[in-house]
Design a protein around this ligand. Structure first.
Ligand code: HEC
Length: 97
């Protein structure tokens, strides 16, 4: 195997790990991307509590994937890294908080 190809494979596998983290380990994604504002257990901090939210998983997923211009930052825009599929995995996790 050429050195270039080997490096290419490493880069590819690393990027696969980081893009699938949302779906595979939503708890870790929540911790790194959301907990700072919503609290480690979804109890709320500068952002509202997500624990026991009345929003459905689909509404949460849509808020993350598309953003809502009526909401305050950061949710007035698409949340960085949140595709529809990843956002759904995270939203399902939030409903378990
Ligand atoms: C920079 C701080 C910040 C980060 C990071 C953040 N949020 Fe928020 N979030 C807020 C604020 C502030 C609001 C309230 C916005 C409003 O009502 O206008 C909010 C609202 C929400 C709501 C709506 C709650 C409700 O009942 O109306 C959901 C769901 C939500 N955030 C999920 C997430 C998720 C999931 C992440 C991680 C991917 C995340 N947030 C990251 C600050 C943050």
């Amino acid at each position: 195997m050429s050195k270039k190809l080997a490096i290419g494979l490493v880069v590819l596998s690393l990027s696969l790990v980081s893009t699938s983290a949302w779906a595979k380990d939503p708890a870790a994604v929540y911790k790194s991307k959301c907990a700072g504002c919503h609290g480690p257990a979804g109890e709320g901090k500068m952002g509202p509590a997500l624990k026991g939210t009345s929003m459905s998983a689909d509404d949460i997923a849509s808020l993350l994937a598309k953003g809502d211009p009526a909401k305050k930052a950061p949710h007035n825009k698409h949340f960085s890294g949140a595709t529809a599929e990843k956002a759904k995995a995270l939203a399902d996790y939030i409903k378990t908080l």
